[in-house]
Ligand binder design. Structure first.
Ligand SMILES: Nc1ncnc2c1ncn2[C@@H]1O[C@H](COP(=O)(O)OP(=O)(O)OP(=O)(O)O)[C@@H](O)[C@H]1O
Length: 345
């Protein structure tokens, strides 16, 4: 890799930060969302003081996720608190998208509150946007991989099918997720795998001769390790003409390979995942077959279809749902997923 190429890569990797936005102080009413997702299982949470903090489930960019219980019913939820001032545009976008979605493949949101969660530091934390979410017992796929290291193909097939179904739903309502990665795929005791975290998602609008992706506030962030070549280097890969949907497919391909090899698959085991290393690996790296050695032909073919660098040749979600690696997944795949995750080794 020449110095010239390195410099070009670094220039292309500059992040476009969202302009500062001010969230209206009561942007979201302290009531459950109007979507049918909330009405079908309405937990009757009228205020954040109805919830008791049980533990911290995890921390992400700009917020913390708590395990909470409803004081009256004892029902357990995950409460995601995004502090004001961290990335208000992302928080607002997440609230807007969560109000649109209603799918068994997307983590349910029962309500969004604008205020303080009194159980944290006795309140006084400056407040934030608080999402009452379905509690996913096994946490994220990232947590599962930390415990299990690698997953067998039939379990990966089951996970991939659920994520594809979730993406099929999202793309059908014109939402591009843009941050598919293990920590945004959550797993519950029943073996259901669901997509979460819409902080960097886009809503696609139709316009002109081709569909264009618009980002209302200019935010173009996401996790670069899982980003597609056309997002990392739009100039080289004609990213400006891509509607973004197949970017989610690329990310899913990386996740599938990561489950198989037990580490981030696009760089070597000892390599530091800095911007330039990732850029080189994603845009010019090794071919899939050298990474998923010993895999079944179906799995190798599936990964190749997802990780096609030219986005025009990459398969769509609909096409991948009829790929043999997905359609041949064992009927008892979900039960296997649960027993595999629950097993101690
Ligand atoms: N509904 C949920 N049920 C159970 N655990 C959850 C739930 N939502 C999030 N978590 C846990 O909390 C962690 C943090 O989630 P969060 O969405 O805030 O950030 P992240 O996706 O890990 O990171 P980033 O903000 O960088 O995308 C997750 O990785 C997961 O372990």
């Amino acid at each position: 890799m020449t110095l010239v190429r390195e410099r070009r890569h670094q220039e292309a990797l500059r992040l476009i930060l969202p302009p500062p936005t001010t969230l209206p102080h009561r942007a979201v009413n302290p009531s459950p969302l109007s979507s049918s997702s909330s009405s079908s299982n309405s937990p009757g949470i009228d205020s954040l003081s109805d919830l008791k903090k049980l533990s911290v489930l995890g921390r992400g960019n700009g917020g913390t996720v708590y395990k909470v219980s409803h004081k009256q019913t004892g029902s357990v939820y995950a409460l995601k608190v995004l502090r004001f001032g961290e990335d208000d545009a992302a928080a607002t976008r997440e609230a807007e998208i969560l109000q649109r979605v209603d799918s068994e493949y997307i983590v349910r949101c029962f309500g969004v509150f604008n205020g303080e969660f009194p159980e944290v530091d006795g309140g006084g934390g400056g407040g934030g946007l608080c999402f009452v979410m379905e509690y996913m017992d096994y946490g994220s796929l990232h947590d599962v991989l930390r415990k299990k290291k690698r997953l067998p193909e039939h379990v990966i097939s089951c996970i991939v099918r659920s994520v594809l179904k979730g993406l099929e739903y999202l793309h059908g309502i014109q939402v591009v997720h843009r941050d598919i990665k293990p920590s945004n795929l959550l797993v519950n005791l029943r073996g259901h795998v669901k997509i979460a975290d819409f902080g960097v998602s886009w809503v696609v609008n139709s316009g002109g001769d081709h569909t264009r992706c618009t980002c209302t506030d200019g935010s173009c962030m996401g996790t670069c390790a899982y980003m597609s070549p056309e997002r990392l280097d739009p100039e080289r890969w004609d990213g400006g003409r891509c509607d973004g949907f197949v970017g989610d497919v690329w990310s899913l391909g990386v996740v599938a390979m990561e489950c198989y090899v037990g580490r981030f698959p696009l760089i070597g085991p000892g390599q530091k995942p800095d911007w330039v290393t990732l850029m080189c690996a994603i845009c010019f790296g090794e071919n899939v077959e050298s990474v998923v050695k010993m895999a079944s032909p179906e799995f190798e073919s599936f990964c190749q279809r997802c990780l096609e660098r030219d986005w025009r040749k990459r398969r769509t979600v609909e096409e991948l749902l009829s790929h043999p690696f997905v359609t041949n997944s064992e009927i008892n795949g979900v039960e296997d997923l649960v027993s595999y995750i629950a097993s101690s080794n």
